[in-house]
Structure formats: C-alpha cells, structure tokens
Design a protein around this ligand. Structure first.
Ligand code: IMP
Length: 176
C-alpha cells in the first residue's frame, strides 16, 4: 500500500444520525407506497444496508454494478455497467442509492438508463456530494453530506480497492 495519510472527516455517529434523518424523509415521501431501492455497487453497500434498515416502508432490494474509476482517484469519464438489476421497474417507485456524486457522470448514466425503463417515479440519494466537482448536472433528492473536492475513503468508499471496511469517512493525502 502506498504511503497515505487518512484524516477522519465524518464519524460513525454523524453518519448514523444523518441516515435516520434521510430515512424519516423517505418514510414521509413514500408513505403507504412500495419502494424498489437500488444499491449502486460497490461503494454504496454500507450506506444502503444502514438506510434500508431504517426505513418503515415496503422495500424491495435491487443491485446495480457500475464502474468509472478503476484504480485511479479521477473518473475515467466512461461509465461501464458490470451488473444489471434483476426486476422490472416499470410503473414502480425507485430510489437510487449512491455512495458519492463527484463529476455526476455516473448518476447521469444511471438515471438515463433507469428512466428509459418507465418507472412511476425515480428519486436519488447520495451519502456524499462534491458540489465543486460536478460536471454533469444531476438532481440528488436526498444528500447526506457535502464534502470538498478531495478524495475520500471509508464506509464503502475505496482507494484501489482498500478502506471500504472503515466505519467512518476519511480524506486521503498522498505522502509521497
Ligand atoms: P462520478 O461519476 O464522478 O460522480 O463518480 C461516481 C463514482 O466514483 C462514485 O460512485 C464512487 O464510486 C467513485 N468516487 C468518486 N469520488 C470518490 C472519492 O472521493 N472516493 C472514492 N470513490 C469516489
């Protein structure tokens, strides 16, 4: 592993508190309705697992695999689907769960793709949002936290495949 320094940015209790707030908003917005919740792999698996457990709704789980970063800390600019969802979303309420929106390319790709399948309604949530990095305008309905234009890891987010298992979010500085 390279010589990296991690600076804690958002701790576990801050994350859990914010997730409960977002779950409450979703419970209110989708009251009495069924929701297909789409986990965008790999980075959102932790946020997804905590969020769905905090929801008091009839939820169905789907998984969508996308890749745009490879081993780099910069988006390749090309989004590749690695796994498609398994169910029809036509006429259904859908919530897309992302770990982080950086350039917005991934979210734009996702929305274009899922909207073409004619859902009743699509809403989006991202635990983290980097407003300074956005290149493709995309609306995020439920944002966890805004962060600066820096590379972050932990709570599902990786650097070269590492650090996804950290229970908190940290920024990464390269010490080389
Ligand atoms: P975007 O397409 O540039 O918005 O990037 C979206 C994807 O890139 C996210 O779902 C993450 O998987 C990854 N990503 C973007 N920024 C970071 C970061 O700071 N740390 C780890 N992964 C990131």
């Amino acid at each position: 592993m390279e010589n990296l320094r991690l600076s804690p940015l958002i701790n576990e209790s801050q994350i859990q508190k914010r997730i409960l707030e977002i779950a409450k908003e979703l419970d209110r917005d989708f009251k009495g309705e069924e929701l297909i919740v789409v986990c965008v792999l790999k980075g959102s698996f932790m946020y997804y697992a905590d969020l769905i457990r905090a929801l008091n709704l009839d939820v169905k789980c789907e998984f969508y695999g996308l890749s745009s970063y490879g081993d780099s800390t910069k988006s390749s600019g090309q989004v590749r689907m690695t796994l498609d969802i398994n169910a029809s979303i036509e006429g259904k309420n859908v919530l897309v769960v992302e770990d982080i929106v950086d350039t917005g390319l991934t979210m734009k790709y996702l929305l274009t793709n899922l909207e073409s399948r004619k859902p009743k309604k699509i809403k989006t949530t991202a635990l983290l949002f980097k407003p300074e990095a956005v290149k493709e305008k995309c609306h995020i309905d439920y944002v966890g936290f805004e962060v600066g234009n820096e590379f972050v890891v932990g709570y599902g987010l990786d650097f070269q495949g590492y650090y996804r298992n950290l229970p908190y979010i940290a920024s990464v500085q390269n010490m080389n």
